[in-house]
Ligand binder design. Structure first.
Ligand code: SF4
Ligand code: SF4
Ligand code: SF4
Length: 450
């Protein structure tokens, strides 16, 4: 039996008692502090502390969060390997997950920011990172980076999910899954294995995917309608679109700037706005931008400028709906569900609440996995019904039921963490990717021993 199994339900942090509730409340409070100021609920205490108390200009709350997240994964990964490090599979994927987070989830974006370049999170792709394929996001990227996001999200990932299962991403690359596998390991057994949970997850996860598809479609339709207006050079509408696009680009550039250069940037923008001869009410929006710049608030200035860019755009029939959907998704799904609840519920409902009930990437890759080659094979008549596999499945799959019925497991939700096979005392389970038939009718088999 693997180390750790026997103590699972004895430790207070792991068995939903008062201590676990306290940890959950603390995690929720931290995420509210992180996200809610961006929606105007209260002052941005984290950014104010970093900037005014500690004097950091280029290290904002998101960089702090990236650092904390990486540290959580590093320490959590070390603890996880104390229990499960006797498996080569778990050693390799834990090293990979932590390295990807440190390199691509924290270091690269921060270094790019220090170089005044856009912060790129290359390991987060659409539809998990819901705005990666929005036209305004792609327009601000170098062409080769924009191509990387489009081709990887729409072609490479679905193909890999078909041939290898979604574990290539969910258990080896994704930062959200990475936190669950490392920092969240003490709570993986808390996921519900009931049929009711399975039914709920099928409804919620595909609903979130539908929301992303709808929002992305609306944003593309909005951009197309505005692009058509740009072509109407010389008209008032055409000029307003050009001004709006230019202000949005300035807003992104300012996010990577320092407080020292804010004054110069805003002066240049004021001149541009004056030359465009906008309506008086739009020019008044500059007051908000000036006030934030005078306070030296870099994110505040960028946000005000983005508001102004949006206000500058002529209202097409589709734009109101597109931007409302974007705001709805960003707040309810992006901030509250995937952020606050996704991690805050670790000590109460297990580590993959977001992965299981909400993540649109899981829905998309799961669809290709279900019809692809990945499966967990079951050795016939070997299961002794101990239940370790089901207990430790973070995605709430009742693995034992399949094993007892001598049935291979092909579930869209399986993230291929391999823990079920690892904790099985009889070696009943094996993760495999094989086609049913190969060239000439022979069956090809590729296996990864655990
Ligand atoms: S289910 Fe979604 S959030 Fe979870 S690991 Fe996979 S892609 Fe990441
Ligand atoms: S079925 Fe096994 S490999 Fe799949 S998510 Fe559950 S524990 Fe991980
Ligand atoms: S498959 Fe293995 S871990 Fe799961 S119930 Fe059977 S013997 Fe136990």
């Amino acid at each position: 039996m693997q180390a750790g199994l026997l103590s699972t339900y004895r430790e207070p942090v792991k068995n939903r008692n008062a201590f676990a509730w306290g940890v959950s409340i603390a995690l929720f409070a931290f995420y509210f502090l992180l996200y809610l100021p961006d929606y105007g609920y209260f002052p941005d205490y984290l950014n104010l502390f970093l900037r005014d108390t500690l004097g950091f200009q280029k290290f904002n709350k998101w960089n702090f969060y990236g650092l904390l997240y990486s540290a959580g994964m590093l320490v959590g990964g070390w603890f996880m390997l104390q229990k499960h490090g006797n498996s080569r599979y778990h050693r390799l994927r834990t090293y990979t997950l932590v390295s990807v987070q440190i390199l691509f989830g924290f270091s690269l974006p921060f270094v790019l920011k220090l170089l005044n370049q856009p912060e790129l999170y290359l390991s987060y792709l659409w539809p998990l990172s819901y705005d990666k394929l929005f036209p305004d996001t792609l327009a601000q990227l170098p062409v080769y980076v924009a191509l990387y996001f489009v081709v990887t999200s729409l072609v490479v990932f679905p193909l890999l999910a078909f041939y290898k299962g979604k574990r290539f991403y969910c258990s080896w690359i994704c930062g959200c899954g990475g936190l669950a596998e490392t920092f969240g390991d003490p709570w993986r057994h808390l996921s519900s294995k009931s049929d009711r949970s399975w039914k709920i997850e099928q409804v919620t996860i595909y609903s979130v995917l539908a929301l992303v598809l709808l929002t992305t479609g609306l944003m593309i339709a909005d951009a197309s309608s505005k692009a058509a207006l740009v072509g109407r050079a010389g008209t008032e509408e055409g000029a307003r679109v050009e001004l709006g696009l230019s202000l949005a680009a300035h807003a992104e550039a300012i996010r990577g700037a320092s407080a020292d250069t804010l004054g110069a940037s805003v002066a240049a923008i004021e001149a541009e706005v004056a030359a465009a001869n906008p309506p008086e009410w739009l020019a008044e929006k500059l007051d908000g931008v000036r006030a934030e710049a005078a306070a030296g608030d870099v994110p505040g200035t960028a946000d005000e400028l983005k508001n102004m860019a949006y206000a500058a755009m002529p209202v097409t029939p589709i734009s109101g709906l597109a931007h409302s959907m974007r705001g709805f998704y960003a707040f309810f799904i992006g901030a509250l569900f995937s952020g606050a609840a996704g991690v805050g519920l670790y000590p109460l409902m297990g580590t993959r609440v977001w992965c299981r009930f909400g993540c649109p990437m899981a829905a998309m890759l799961g669809f290709f996995q279900k019809f692809g080659r990945f499966r967990i094979t079951v050795k016939k008549d070997m299961c002794i019904s101990c239940g370790n596999c089901s207990t430790y499945c973070e995605m709430g799959i009742d693995v034992r039921q399949y094993a007892m019925g001598n049935l291979d497991i092909k579930r869209a939700s399986c993230v291929g963490c391999g823990m079920c096979a690892h904790v099985c005392p009889r070696g009943v389970l094996k993760l495999e990717t094989r086609p049913d038939t190969g060239p000439g009718g022979a069956v090809q088999v590729w296996t990864l021993d655990l």
